[in-house]
Design a protein around this ligand. Structure first.
Ligand code: NAP
Ligand code: F7E
Length: 331
């Protein structure tokens, strides 16, 4: 039985990836942060008591800032595949916390790579690189496009990207970069723009709220469905040779387009409910990200099926169920 370790298992992608790997018969280990409240809501449905016979999903406390803990865990778990998804992943927040973002999102990758090297572990390593690394470089962007990050988050991801490449070149490690464009789902964090919009639409339709405050509506993004993107992560680690791949839909929508699609799906007029708030602007913005994923299609057979309009609708539907449940619970 293959064994995988996922950092960031409590996040959007980590939860879908854990489900996917369990479905393929893997034993899955996840790194979680100790918190005073529960932070496992995205994985509770797949968790089983480790005492149960046949349990294949195990959680371990750990932190990307704690290198010695990573050494201990890796040597104990001995994974065949390491999916490094843990990160401070919010671009706007990275401007407020640049040092912390560099430490976790950037140097966290080095701690993990170095832990693998130190214990001589023979495993395959996936680095969650990001289209944010392209930043100001005009679209379409692919594996050969130069990086020009526009945020501390983007800069930290560029560092992580090059550390994965360096461990591949210098130490012969099987390390790959998945350069993923924005991918969303009903499990997306509530402060990323798609989820903020679909949750806002649902709560307005359910009568729980009236107004949705947003920043720059002109930014262009290539939004795909997270559940499909984790399959691409796995496919990258099954290739004969380690390489770097873009995953994207290749389609372009503005934030305003996403707003219109989501409100229209709920039968609402967005202009009556959306207001501008400058606090959601960034000191430097990424104007347009549109990915060219033809290498992943040709070499891995991966292709995005769910495009942005369908994605927006399925997210609104999921958030509306939750909003209705809240209405019912209030009696
Ligand atoms: P997410 O929902 O924000 O999840 C991030 C995960 O990292 C969470 O499990 C979080 O734990 C964990 N984490 C944060 N800081 C940590 C630390 N110091 N130590 C240990 N764990 C820590 O992100 P996502 O959307 O699933 O994205 C997964 C990865 O792909 C991230 O590296 C992200 O930067 C990258 N990425 C995402 C996208 C996208 O569009 N979603 C695109 C390109 C790349 P808690 O639950 O405790 O907070
Ligand atoms: O912003 C604009 C905002 O925060 C998208 C992360 O997963 O994808 C994500 O980063 C756009 C930006 O995602 C609001 O200015 C307008 O232009 O949803 P977002 P992001 O910054 O693209 C990349 C690929 C990652 O790797 C990251 O980890 O929407 N926008 N109004 C807003 N954004 C937010 N968050 N909130 C607003 O109110």
């Amino acid at each position: 039985m293959k064994r995988a370790l996922i950092t960031g298992v409590t996040g959007q992608d980590g939860s879908y990836l854990a489900e996917f790997l369990l479905g393929r018969g893997y034993e899955v280990h996840g790194l979680i942060r100790r918190a005073s409240t529960f932070n496992t809501s995205r994985i509770d449905h797949i968790y089983t008591d480790p005492h149960e016979e046949g349990a294949r999903f195990f959680l371990h406390y750990g932190e990307l800032t704690d290198g010695s803990r990573l050494v201990t865990l890796l040597s104990r778990i001995q994974p065949d595949e390491v999916y490094h998804l843990g990160a401070q992943s919010h671009v706007r927040v990275s401007f407020d916390e640049p040092e912390y973002t560099g430490d976790t999102t950037g140097v966290g990758t080095t701690r993990l790579l170095e832990a693998i090297r130190m214990i001589g572990l023979d495993c395959r390593f996936y680095q969650a690189s990001s289209s944010e690394m392209f930043g100001a470089t005009p679209p379409p962007q692919n594996e050969l496009t130069p990086f020009h990050p526009r945020s501390p988050y983007g800069a930290a991801k560029v560092y992580g990207y090059w550390m994965a490449r360096n461990y591949r070149e210098a130490h012969g490690m099987y390390a790959v970069n998945g350069i993923l464009f924005n991918h969303e789902s009903p499990r997306r964090g509530e402060t990323f723009v798609t989820r903020k919009i679909t949750r806002g639409v649902a709560r307005i339709k359910a009568g729980l709220e009236e107004t949705l405050y947003l920043g720059n509506l002109d930014a262009v993004r290539d939004w795909g469905y997270a559940k499909e993107y984790v399959e691409g992560m796995w496919a990258m680690l099954q290739a004969d040779e380690p390489d770097d791949y873009v995953l994207a839909t290749g389609t372009a929508y503005t934030v305003r387009d996403f707003v219109e699609i989501a409100f229209e799906h709920a039968g609402l007029d967005w202009e009556k409910h959306v207001r501008f708030d400058e606090r959601y602007l960034r000191p430097s913005e990424v104007d347009a990200l549109i990915g060219d994923a033809s290498k992943a299609a040709d070499e891995l057979g991966w292709k995005a099926e769910v495009l942005t309009p369908e994605l927006a609708r399925l997210m609104v539907d999921a958030d509306y169920e939750t909003a209705l449940a809240e209405v019912r619970s209030k009696g």
